[in-house]
Design a protein around this ligand. Sequence first.
Ligand SMILES: [Zn+2]
Length: 405
Amino acid sequence: MAAGDAALIKKINRSLIINEIVKHEAISRANLSKVTKLTRATISAQVADLIEEQLVVEKEIEYNLVGRKPTMLSLNAEAGYALGIDLERNQLTFVVTDLLGSPVSVDVMRCDCTNYADTLRLLIAQISSYQQQYNGRRYGLIGIVISVHGLVSSDEMIHFIPRLDWHQAPLKQDLQAALGVEVHIDNNANLSAYAERVFVHHPTKNLISVSLYSGIGMGMIVNDQYFSGHDGFAGEIGHMIVVPAGKPCECGNQGCWEKYASETIVFEALSKLYPDQKLDYTFILQQVEQGDQRLADVMEQYIYYLTIGLNNVINIYNPDVVVLDSGLLRIYPDALNKIKAGLRSRISHYHGLYISELGRTSCTLGACAKSIQQFLDIPALSLPYHAALSLPAAAPEYTLSSSME
Ligand SMILES: [Zn+2]
């Protein structure tokens, strides 16, 4: 066997072993040998290397039975940290997770993040502070992935973000030049679909995840592959026209779906009805409890248009699983049944329709998971669900000026 072949086989075996350790959370060497079908000697040698690299730790589990306590192997979750950033029009969200995808910090910055140069400076300053914070750990920050609500080309160039009016923005290159580390850029809906796969483990090869926040985007897994289109722009479903000659959209068209079924539209409608009110999910829930008909009308209208678009999406893809990533739907009583009732077509076929439980930070969790998979160099990643759900309920909010002088 040539030396190159031996090195390749060693690399493949390593990836296989790490994959099983992550998947099982804790596994003995004997079981590892069983599930990977590798010899005990190979397992021992590889595990010794992984322990030496501080990527894997040994733990003895308590046993009531007499005899030796089995030594279990687990990923050393604290060996490195992933940073996921969600870049939205009025806010930046920074989520740091350990190597098992468990969030250790969530910071939300309100800012007027429309100007590219100011946003770039803000990102550089903030990422640098995270780099310093995690410097002392074995691998420090292992990866940085930024989620953007717009078109990202296959080479990770930001092609167009309608709500920021950014065209051909070289955010990846600019950040890498300033920070001296690799940075990745992806579309928010793609990252949310990825998070569903990594944390929720839907047993399917055909899943679509529709993100309904300031705009509407869609991530797609088709026949077990992520589908991103010829240029990487697929999934811009928010710009599907649902009302001919309807409301004008930043994309240059009229009547786009996200002008009728995004959260932005709901809050715009509410701000006209309740001009002096601080509008948030809590307010919406209060009005629901009080039986406020004006609010119910806005929500009914929202769900009506949401269902129109979903009907079209389902007919195009015939998905197995449809995940709706939406804060509003998560809190609104009976939302799922109302949507299902609206999907009346005898042609539309899907099997499961769910509201995502990952919350508003699903794209940042997907961003962190992407870094973890790249760092561990494994073909697929499956992380514990409880890790994703342990996100702090109320993220701290503070305001920073986008100008850093
Ligand atoms: Zn549009």
